[in-house]
Ligand binder design. Structure first.
Ligand SMILES: NC(=O)c1ccc[n+]([C@@H]2O[C@H](COP(=O)([O-])OP(=O)(O)OC[C@H]3O[C@@H](n4cnc5c(N)ncnc54)[C@H](O)[C@@H]3O)[C@@H](O)[C@H]2O)c1
Length: 372
């Protein structure tokens, strides 16, 4: 990205709870500094009126860097030649809904998103998937966007990463920003493995890195049990207490993920958790899954940190979350089988490709373009 040019950012699900909290972070300069920003806000037709209201509020904020706000129900208009796409819009889990039904509904949406990205986005576009099931939605989108490098995609586990840092900081009675290199492994779901012990450290004033494994040596029961379940179930707990999902922290984590990935990079020796396409079989995890790993970011790219030595306990946890992701991929694959350009995944139907006109009807033809 050219540091002076307008940064064009598309946000799907922009009128939803996370969208409402995320958009000001993108428009205010929090992520991209004083670079001019153009926003393309994508929604489904019934949310278009609410979106028009958000556009009014954005105008009223008088953000100095915000050059334009385009509201649309057409993913092609939203994604054309943008630099960044944040996919927040998805089909919500309803009471009594099976996980496979959730995957089915979202696979349709993310098939459409992926194809639109493929058809109109620049090959340099960077895509962050927030909507759940985030890892598998990301896999579907990058599979369909075959002309865009898979390295340009990631799914959000940065919120889980921040939750893990905060829990360790509370346990040790220290400030959160001193806790580095905790890792969320695997899926953004209850099967994830929040790991403080493998690479985590406490950064002292003098720059010395004290391993969390030694600081928590007398607290291993906590680090391998309570800590893990607290982070895994934090989203559910917030809903119970707040009566609504964790939109504020999810928006903040989305903004911080984009900023670290695309603007600042990680500090030397530091990692953040990002769910990325595993084309290398990192840590023995099956190739072809979008899996959360410890990542370093530099010059707009992520790199999985390799060479960490995982305990037997950690390996067992990785297998659990890997299995869930394989099941999700299997469920999505059945739906993708008509188009199925599944990267790293052999499918008998993988050669038959659906045309983009077919794909538009996939989402019940509900998109209509409307530039407000
Ligand atoms: N990865 C994470 O860490 C994380 C954390 C919290 C929430 N989430 C997920 O983020 C998603 C959004 O959460 P929310 O609280 O904002 O939900 P929300 O229901 O308030 O908003 C979702 C918005 O998406 C829109 N939408 C639905 N289908 C769309 C489509 N095909 N195209 C464009 N927009 C569409 C809806 O109209 C709605 O405005 C959910 O899937 C949620 O589970 C992820």
């Amino acid at each position: 990205m050219n540091a002076d040019s307008v940064v064009k950012i598309a946000v799907s699900g922009a009128a939803g709870n996370i969208g409402y909290a995320l958009i000001p972070l993108l428009a205010s300069g929090y992520v991209f500094g004083d670079r001019p920003v153009e926003l393309r806000l994508l929604e489904i037709p019934h949310a278009l009126k609410a979106l028009a209201g958000i556009r009014m509020e954005l105008i009223d904020c008088a953000f100095p860097c915000l050059t334009d706000v385009i509201c649309t129900t057409d993913p092609r208009e939203a994604f054309e030649n943008v630099d960044v796409i944040v996919l927040v819009g998805g089909f919500p889990r309803k009471q009594g809904m099976e996980r496979k039904d959730l995957i089915e509904a979202n696979t349709k949406i993310f098939t459409t998103m992926g194809r639109a990205i493929n058809d109109v986005a620049s090959t340099n576009v960077k895509v962050l998937v927030v909507a759940n099931p985030a890892n598998t939605n990301c896999l579907v989108a990058l599979t369909e966007a075959a002309s865009i490098p898979s390295k340009n995609f990631c799914a959000l586990t940065y919120l889980d990463h921040q939750r893990a840092k905060a829990q360790v900081a509370i346990q040790l009675g220290v400030s959160t920003n001193r806790i580095k290199n905790v890792t969320i492994w695997g899926n953004h779901s209850n099967s994830q493995f929040p790991d403080a012990l493998t690479d985590g450290y406490y950064l002292q004033d003098d720059g010395e890195k004290v391993p969390l494994a030694s600081l928590l040596a007398h607290d291993l029961d906590w680090a391998t049990a309570d800590f893990v379940t607290t982070v895994q179930e934090r989203g559910k707990h917030v809903i119970e207490v707040r009566g609504a999902s964790s939109a504020l922290s999810a928006a903040q984590a989305s903004a911080d993920c984009i900023k670290t990935w695309l603007v600042t990079g990680t500090q030397d020796g530091e990692t953040v958790s990002m769910a990325v396409y595993n084309d290398e079989g990192y840590y023995g995890v099956q190739k072809g899954l979008v899996f959360s790993f410890p990542c370093e970011c530099k010059d707009g790219d992520w790199y999985v940190k390799t060479g960490l030595s995982l305990s037997e306990f950690a390996m067992e946890k990785l297998v659990i979350t890997e299995k869930e992701l394989m099941e999700e991929r299997e469920a999505a694959k059945d739906l993708l089988s008509k188009s199925a350009r599944i990267r790293g995944y052999s499918s008998a139907a993988s050669t038959a490709s659906m045309s983009s006109s077919e794909s538009e009807t996939d989402l019940s033809g509900q998109f209509l373009t409307s530039r407000i």
